[in-house]
Design a protein around this ligand. Structure first.
Ligand SMILES: CC1=C(CCC(=O)O)c2cc3nc(cc4[nH]c(cc5[nH]c(cc1n2)c(C)c5CCC(=O)O)c(CCC(=O)O)c4C)C(CCC(=O)O)=C3C
Ligand SMILES: [Fe+2]
Length: 375
């Protein structure tokens, strides 16, 4: 038992996520929320709306977050961690601003935030910090005293994340016919983002082609590939590809696209692949549609054997990792020097985003970082 002091000085953990529609009528307003003020072509919106309608207008992401919260609550209780859990989203109810009002009403003054993105990028890191700043500013305008808000370090290279991904790959290999297993390649996937966003992802000293976004994914993929090689005794080829591109076709985004790459691999005579969505933390729409529906259909047409390995979701080892990260940060805030687990070559990420980290196209206030206008 870690004991009730373990999470001090924090008095709440806030799960901050993307949000998704919960029925057909929600799809369009949700997409309008997502794309407000961004240059997403109308046709792309209609196309993405159709993906949601294929699933009854329901994104799996909200249910996955409810499951994660329940698993965190159980894990915390089992380890004597007394930290109330809250949940707010960027694009759909429960909206972040409403959740922060509730936190204040409940008397919470020191909040630690866990976002459902494991890597550095504008969309996965700074934009969530901007969401926090916007919500805190609203509270202040309403005459409420905003709580102090911190954000957990990026967890893409935490042992409990990467070991869970590797275990999923090993299970997935078992789903291939035994004679195809040894030859199967690992095709890691993540969300494509504009090259210009990738280049400025992470702290300024790492800005340059691909930035921290690409470097972190390559580091994570390498660790997983090595674990799988050790466990199977087979060193197989691996690579990182991209999916879910949107935006104007004239603007360069990270490539190759997973579907294009599957075609090339088949043309080169490859027979089997494991698609590893290492860039995502749950089987939300980008996984269910862009991989399970579209990429697996591409593979099928090509006569390429393909299986998709699981995301970490609410796997107990990942949930334990989140608890470890919370306790680590709490200890750091108390002035202790806790162990900070990290696999791969890049070491543990910073606790506090420096100025210029994951820069956006325009400078907006962002909370929970060195440039936060809030305490
Ligand atoms: C890096 C990244 C992550 C991973 C990190 C993280 O998890 O945060 C992520 C996650 C997600 N993205 C999601 C959905 C969407 N993303 C869109 C648009 C965009 N994503 C981008 C990047 C990312 N997105 C970018 C650069 C755009 C272009 C517009 C813009 O600059 O903002 C659009 C608009 C239509 C379209 O263009 O596809 C939608 C509907 C959902 C929910 C899925 C569900 O409902 O289950 C999730 C978890
Ligand atoms: Fe997205």
């Amino acid at each position: 038992m870690e004991g009730v002091l373990a999470a001090q000085p924090y008095d709440a953990l806030l799960l901050l996520s993307f949000g998704g529609p919960e029925g057909p009528d929600d799809v369009l307003p949700f997409l309008e929320n997502v794309t407000r003020g961004r240059g997403i072509p109308r046709e792309r919106l209609a196309e993405v709306g159709a993906h949601y309608h294929l699933f009854g207008g329901v994104s799996p992401i909200n249910e996955q977050n409810r499951t994660l919260l329940a698993a965190l609550a159980d894990d915390f209780a089992a380890h004597g961690v007394d930290l109330p859990l809250y949940w707010g989203n960027r694009n759909w109810a429960p909206y972040l601003t409403d959740t922060l009002r509730q936190l204040v009403a409940d008397g919470r003054r020191r909040v630690l935030t866990l976002v459902t993105s494991a890597y550095a990028s504008y969309s996965g890191c700074r934009q969530y910090r901007e969401d926090l700043a916007g919500a805190l500013a609203t509270l202040r305008e309403e005459g409420l005293e905003p709580p102090r808000v911190d954000k957990l370090r990026l967890y893409y290279n935490h042992p409990g994340f990467l070991e869970t991904v590797a275990e999923g790959v090993l299970e997935s290999l078992q789903r291939l016919p035994s004679e195809e297993r040894a030859g199967a390649r690992l095709v890691f996937t993540t969300h494509s983002i504009p090259d210009s966003a990738a280049d400025v992802s992470g702290p300024p000293e790492g800005h340059g082609p691909g930035g921290a976004y690409v470097a972190q994914h390559l580091d994570a993929a390498r660790v997983v590939a090595e674990r799988v090689a050790e466990a199977t005794g087979v060193t197989r080829e691996w690579e990182l590809v991209y999916q879910s591109r949107s935006g104007s076709p004239r603007i360069p985004w990270l490539e190759p696209d997973v579907n294009d790459r599957l075609r090339e691999l088949r043309a080169k005579g490859e027979r089997a692949v494991v698609l590893v969505p290492v860039g995502f933390v749950s089987d939300h729409m980008e996984v269910r549609f862009d991989l399970d529906t579209e990429a697996l259909a591409t593979a099928d047409e090509l006569g390429l054997l393909a299986v998709r390995s699981p995301t970490v979701g609410a796997h107990p080892r990942f949930v334990a990792a989140l608890r470890e990260l919370v306790l680590e940060r709490a200890a750091t805030e108390r002035g202790e020097r806790p162990e900070r687990g990290a696999l791969g070559e890049r070491g543990p990420s910073h606790d506090v985003c420096p100025v210029g980290c994951c820069a956006g196209r325009v400078v907006k206030p962002a909370a929970a970082g060195a440039d936060s206008p809030f305490a």
